[in-house]
Design a protein around this ligand. Structure first.
Ligand code: ATP
Ligand code: MG
Length: 660
């Protein structure tokens, strides 16, 4: 690829040492945009040695062009219609498999025609990608470094062979997996565009050349599990609603329009959090960055300096958000140690017989968070090689449309293949009960985390029975961690299940006020936004009611919002007597009033038990379906499940209608 002119580099230096981010870059004659998929060069020896044909040659006559070609759905080879025996007049509808592949499928030993002597066969980029000789990545962001070189942040795609389970029978030839692995890559390494499509787009694509691929799943390189892209993107849509960034658009040679972009520290930190591991052995990789092949060994560029300054109150609001991952989890050392011992004991035990941990505790006591933190810690020990690798599957009962769907979700997470729940159950039984391996050579233990376990209780309790029965089978290597709110869930279940589940239990007690104070203070460390009494007041109030850290954090965040709002209003109003820019007890009190004294909260507090269950069922339905409407029948089903898991008698349809 072309080299950038020196003139421009000098200009950049004068403008100040900052990266400039772009939405689109014209580079070496090609237009590259955030969201584009590209082929990336892999090794020095694969760089520019062999010519790369735009078009594929016919596998019979070894010539390019000259007439209509058809692709075999099996070997992906191209054939001229007229070179086939018998020749075809037009491209047939639907799948087409060449005669060579058909014969091979029948067990015949046929060979593809050999190229004429002296003719070097040239492989297309697609062939090289599928042979791991080059890579594909999705452009996540684009920028120009202070030295004038152009870079992009790429999200790697991998071929099925590169996953832990290897290529599976259900994988398509052109199937790729998107990973959660990123790398900074110099644009020199880009060969050209390719096109990675969703199954829907792929099904419709017919005339889009050789560089089309299909991608349905994201592959988690840490946990070796698969997740549907459609599901991930749905989740993210909600989170990134206000993530509209103001990008520059760049043409190679009009650097006058360049403007520095305000780039949030958060993004920047995420961007450099972890060096890429997917392709770490590449010749052009240095500390997780991928340099253009010609420039291996170029100096590292200093980190970008951020420009926006948040106020203390804004920082407090951000750090108190429930979605913000706390840096530490105070007050849960003992519990986390116990979980660690359990998990390590289970994976190091070759038999893993009957391993099951039941974690319970009232809402907001850090159950989910602690388990996930432990799993993260253990993961780093696996990376360091001190613990053997395992696979980790996380399921949340609240996200399942029906309890039985858990089979589909588990099987899909293990294989990247979605089948009906009945089929999944059968396949999981094969694996866990009969010890049949899903992939050859894969005998890693599997840790299954089921959050909101109580929602899996069905009338005959078969789902829980099956899942808790697997760990007891020899060679299943399955370890189950269940989380729920009710302490006595095992006792409410049929004895055959409770005997399996109740072996090892861990209780997360409600937090007392000192603990809540510590949790809030540790989140606010280094931020001078709260009066000490304000934090104590919030902690005491919540400890007296529930001991729920989620609620304590919510109150404090709301109090910071109120204080921030008052502060900003005060600037424009003359009458205000408020001067402090910190959160006071009065702000916390206002937040508490809002939360506990609101009329709808009062109504919920004073209504009957059945009404409360009814409301809970409605919320559950809402979460499950994401829709604001449901039918009475569906609600009644959920109501009945909640009754079963909480040891309540179902009141009957008439009463339920009245309650409604
Ligand atoms: P539920 O039963 O409702 O699922 P849970 O026990 O799983 O609740 P978590 O989701 O783990 O609760 O925690 C709720 C929130 O409280 C999280 O946002 C977490 O950040 C915070 N939290 C809980 N415990 C702690 C702690 N010890 N330190 C810091 N933050 C905490
Ligand atoms: Mg939880």
């Amino acid at each position: 690829m072309a080299t950038r002119s020196l003139k421009k580099v000098n200009k950049e230096e004068k403008k100040g040492r900052k990266r400039v981010y772009y939405k689109k870059v014209v580079y070496d004659g090609g237009e590259f945009e955030v969201g584009d998929d590209v082929y990336v060069k892999r090794r020095e020896d694969a760089s520019s040695d062999d010519e790369v044909p735009e078009m594929e040659e016919c596998r019979v006559c070894f010539k390019v062009g000259r007439g209509v070609m058809i692709e075999c759905d099996d070997c992906l080879g191209g054939f001229h219609l007229k070179c086939l025996t018998p020749p075809l007049k037009e491209v047939p509808d639907g799948d087409w498999v060449c005669g060579f592949c058909q014969a091979r499928k029948l067990g015949k030993d046929v060979e593809f025609p050999k190229p004429p002597e002296g003719k070097k066969t040239v492989r297309t980029l697609r062939e090289k990608l599928l042979a791991s000789d080059l890579w594909a990545a999705r452009i996540e962001s684009l920028w120009k470094e202070v030295d004038g070189s152009y870079w992009f942040r790429g999200r790697w795609y991998i071929i099925p062979e590169e996953t832990a389970s290897g290529r599976q029978p259900h994988n398509l030839k052109r199937e790729l997996y998107r990973t959660n692995d990123f790398a900074d890559i110099e644009m020199e390494s880009i060969i050209r565009h390719c096109n990675v499509m969703s199954p829907k787009e792929y099904a419709k694509a017919n005339d889009q050349g050789d560089d089309v691929f299909l991608c349905e799943y994201e592959y988690d390189i840490q946990w070796h599990s698969f997740k549907r892209l459609a599901e991930i993107d749905n989740d993210e849509d909600g989170e990134c609603a206000n993530g509209d960034e103001d990008w520059n658009s760049c043409k190679e040679d009009d650097s006058d329009t360049d403007e520095d972009m305000e780039y949030e520290e958060e993004n920047e930190r995420n961007a450099h959090a972890r060096p890429s591991t997917t392709h770490q052995l590449a010749a052009n990789s240095r500390k997780g960055r991928f340099f253009g092949i010609q420039k291996v060994g170029t100096k590292m560029i200093p980190e970008h300096v951020r420009c926006h300054k948040q106020t203390e109150l804004e920082r407090a609001k951000a750090t108190l958000l429930l979605a913000t991952l706390p840096k530490s989890l105070p007050c849960r050392n003992k519990e986390m140690e116990e979980i660690t011992t359990f998990v390590k004991g289970a994976i190091c035990d070759d038999q893993c017989l009957g391993r099951c941990l039941y974690i319970h505790g009232v809402p907001g006591t850090g159950k989910t968070m602690s388990v996930l933190a432990v799993m993260r810690n253990i993961k780093s020990e696996v990376d360091a090689g001190s613990i053997r690798p395992y696979c980790f599957v996380e399921v949340n009962g609240l996200k399942l449309a029906a309890p039985e769907n858990i089979y589909t979700v588990i099987y899909e997470a293990l294989t990247g293949h979605r089948v009906s729940w009945k089929k999944a159950l059968q396949l999981l039984n094969d694996r866990f009960s009969d010890g049949k391996k899903i992939a050859k050579g894969d005998d890693r233990p599997c840790i299954l985390l089921i959050d909101e376990l109580d929602l899996l209780v069905t009338r005959n309790q078969s789902v829980l029975y099956n899942i808790l029965d697997w760990p007891t089978k020899p060679h299943s290597k399955l370890i189950v961690i269940g989380i729920a709110n009710t302490m006595d869930l095992p006792e409410k279940l049929l004895p055959r299940i409770s005997s399996r589940m109740g072996i090892q239990r861990l209780c997360f007690g409600p937090y007392n006020y000192q603990q809540l104070q510590e949790i809030i203070s540790s989140r606010l460390k280094g931020i001078d936004a709260f009066e000490k009494q304000a934090v104590e007041f919030a902690s005491r109030k919540v400890a007296a009611i529930s001991g729920d850290a989620r609620r304590a954090l919510e109150i404090c965040r709301r109090a910071a919002e109120i204080a921030d709002y008052n502060m900003k209003n005060q600037i424009s109003s003359v009458n205000s007597s408020r001067v402090k820019d910190v959160v006071t007890m009065a702000d916390v009190d206002a937040a508490i009033q809002e939360m506990f004294q609101a009329p709808h909260v009062q109504v919920m507090k004073s209504c009957s038990k059945l009404s409360k269950i009814f409301l809970t069922a409605m919320v559950y339905e809402l979460y499950k379906t994401g829709m604001g409407e449901t039918t009475f029948e569906k609600l009644a089903m959920t109501f009945s499940c909640l009754c079963t898991s909480n040891g309540e008698a179902f009141p009957g349809w008439d009463t339920l209608l009245k309650v409604g």
